[in-house]
Design a protein around this ligand. Structure first.
Ligand SMILES: Cc1cc2nc3c(=O)[nH]c(=O)nc-3n(C[C@H](O)[C@H](O)[C@H](O)COP(=O)(O)OP(=O)(O)OC[C@H]3O[C@@H](n4cnc5c(N)ncnc54)[C@H](O)[C@@H]3O)c2cc1C
Length: 114
């Protein structure tokens, strides 16, 4: 590890796992690239446009953005953790949870079994 990645300073008893297929994305750059690509394919991007209400009827979906409204054939809502508040009448039970992730050394705890 030290030889290959001199920028890291593992302790002598640290264990490293190297995964050749692994990687990471810088979210802001990835999102910008995705938005630019969508624009290049013909999407119109409306920044800073909070949607107040959406209503589906037989003709499509009416999107109310306060000072503007849009009528579209279909709508995909990707409001993340705001979804339950934005669409409280969705017939699907949604609950936003915080999921913690932690890394433990295998076999060190008193109850660990190998
Ligand atoms: C601190 C932190 C670190 C994380 N690190 C990682 C990581 O390392 N790797 C990983 O895979 N995931 C990570 N995640 C999780 C990841 O950010 C989410 O899983 C992902 O962003 C979910 O994407 P999404 O598009 O569903 O929702 P979001 O990214 O939450 O997007 C929802 C969007 O909807 C918009 N919106 C909501 N309501 C309205 C409305 N009424 N009108 C208009 N727009 C609205 C919001 O402004 C927001 O832009 C992290 C999350 C947090 C909080």
């Amino acid at each position: 590890m030290r030889r290959r990645y001199p920028q890291h300073h593992p302790r002598p008893d640290d264990v490293a796992v190297r995964e050749d297929d692994a990687g990471f994305l810088l979210p802001e750059r990835a999102i910008r690239a995705a938005v630019e690509h969508a624009g290049a394919l013909g999407a119109r991007v409306e920044w800073e446009t909070p949607i107040v209400r959406m209503e589906a009827d037989g003709a499509g979906v009416l999107i109310d953005a306060g000072d503007r409204s849009y009528r579209v054939g279909h709508a995909v809502v990707a409001a993340g953790p705001w979804l339950p508040a934005f669409m409280p009448t969705l017939p699907v039970p949604l609950r936003v949870e915080r999921q913690f992730l932690s890394y433990q050394r295998y076999g060190c705890g008193p109850k660990s079994a190998r």
